[in-house]
Design a protein around this ligand. Structure first.
Ligand code: AMP
Length: 442
């Protein structure tokens, strides 16, 4: 049995999915046991044609009975199965698998060389390798992987986003950053990112040196007849957008990472979860509160950013943080809208062009409510009846609510004699959209 260190890379197609697929293949190999996997590090391509995407690189430690030549053959087979075309040198590739080290063996044959001959020069190989095998000794140079990495010129600028899939690893990484005195901000999302999510990343950056985003489509906040199955999943584009927004770390857990077999502990959400969404989506905030509490533990950040787009969610989380004395500051971020007023939402991509037009009535109804309140209208029913008629005129029939509420408790208002928020949830075609707006009275 030998412990071997492997390098994995992908810069074509669904890069993280390709790496995960390669790891799954390795795990199912009868003579290979995957012991440890590094994070997935975004790196610039070296050489090759211009315009290539960035890579995601990773390293893995495997235990195997295979001889190095057999292990390399097994890796080639996996590459082939995952659609790798070995074409131009340094060209883009869906998956690239290499053996870096096999214990202290040294093999120099035309078709097989271990240690990998160029590993010492490659930060994109050494950086992930150092995470899991920093003290392994490279048998020809007699330096550890950590020393080899440290001896390279400063490469921090070549390393971009770091993607972590394991809760234990992200927790360790964030705790380490905190120990180094770095402030950490968290931006939880369900992916299918748009400019609203990215505004949260920018606001997070104003609060902390390190920004951690999470991408997890949380099953427990969806009702049985809701869109969990078809919720948009666009991981590769999301990672590109987060990298461009200079996010530092992304946590992308699997469902089993968050809800392991036997999971049965849930948060009972606070009273503010009961009206509105609480009526229309029973169990929704139980799922939200549970996953957010878990994320706060797994990513122990100093501050977390949430959008006002999900106004009730923000109140639920603020209350939970206060009630449970959680050591995290909650920052609320303004709603980002399309130029015509539609609040950005991952679900907007479900809308047909005609529905997209219809959906505008939601922000228009809120705008009307704001105008009426600003003009001194105190009668809530007078305002909500106009909101309803704007929605109905646009052909929106299924209105879950279009109401005015106290912005702290969400109790429905009959009279506007203090702070107020107008909230709407309505179905446009098969898509349920929510939006809201704070109202100012004269
Ligand atoms: P989601 O991916 O829908 O769970 O949203 C993740 C975070 O992004 C939540 O805090 C949302 O409130 C926030 N968010 C979603 N849409 C917008 C938007 N249009 N403007 C600002 N924040 C948003």
């Amino acid at each position: 049995m030998a412990a071997c260190l492997l390098a994995l890379g992908s810069n074509q197609g669904e890069r993280i999915a390709n790496l995960l697929a390669a790891l799954a293949e390795l795990r199912s190999h009868p003579a290979v046991s995957v012991e440890r996997v590094s994070s997935f590090l975004e790196t610039r391509p070296v050489g090759g044609p211009p315009g290539q995407s960035n890579y995601f690189n990773a390293a893995a430690i495997v235990e195997t009975q295979l001889a190095p030549a057999e292990l390399i053959a097994a890796l080639l087979k996996i590459e082939k199965k995952l659609g790798r075309e070995r074409s131009e040198r340094w060209g883009p590739r869906t998956i690239d698998l290499d053996v870096l080290l096999c214990g202290d063996q040294v093999i120099n044959q035309p078709e097989i060389a271990v240690p990998h001959p160029r590993m010492q020069e490659r930060p994109f190989v050494l950086a992930p390798a150092a995470e899991i095998a920093g003290d392994w000794v490279h048998p020809t140079s007699q330096k550890t992987i950590g020393q080899l990495l440290a001896s390279l010129p400063d490469t921090s600028g070549d390393l971009g986003l770091r993607v972590i899939t394991s809760p234990g690893e992200i927790q360790a990484a964030v705790l380490e950053l905190r120990r180094e005195g770095r402030r950490v901000a968290l931006v939880p999302t369900m992916g299918a990112l748009h400019a609203g999510h990215l505004s949260l990343v920018h606001i997070a950056r104003q609060h902390a040196k390190i920004v951690v985003a999470t991408i997890f489509v949380n099953p427990t906040q969806f009702g049985p007849h809701e869109d969990f199955g078809k919720y948009p999943r666009t991981l590769d584009a999301d990672l590109q957008a987060l990298s461009d927004a200079r996010c530092n770390l992304v946590f992308v857990p699997s469902q089993a990472d968050i809800y392991p077999p036997g999971f049965s502990t849930y948060v009972e959400p606070p009273a503010v979860a009961q009206p509105l969404e609480g009526v229309c989506r029973p169990g929704h905030f139980r799922g939200v509160a549970t996953v957010v509490l878990k994320l706060f533990h797994v990513v122990p950040a100093h501050v977390a950013c949430f959008g006002q787009k999900d106004f009730q969610q923000l109140l639920v989380i603020r209350r939970m943080v206060e009630d449970l004395s959680l050591p995290i500051e909650i920052v609320s971020c303004p709603i980002v809208r399309e130029p015509d007023g539609l609040a950005m939402s991952s679900r907007n991509r479900y809308l047909s062009p005609a529905e997209r037009q219809q959906a505008l009535a939601i922000s228009q109804a809120l705008e009307r409510a704001a105008q009426l309140a600003a003009a001194g209208e105190k009668n809530a029913a007078a305002i909500t009846s106009q909101m309803h008629s704007i929605l109905k005129q646009a052909g929106i029939e299924r209105i879950d609510y279009a109401t005015l509420a106290d912005p702290e408790t969400l109790t429905e208002l009959k009279t506007l004699d203090g702070p107020a928020v107008a909230l709407i949830a309505a179905h446009v075609g098969k898509t349920r959209l929510i939006d809201n707006r704070l109202l100012n009275s004269p």
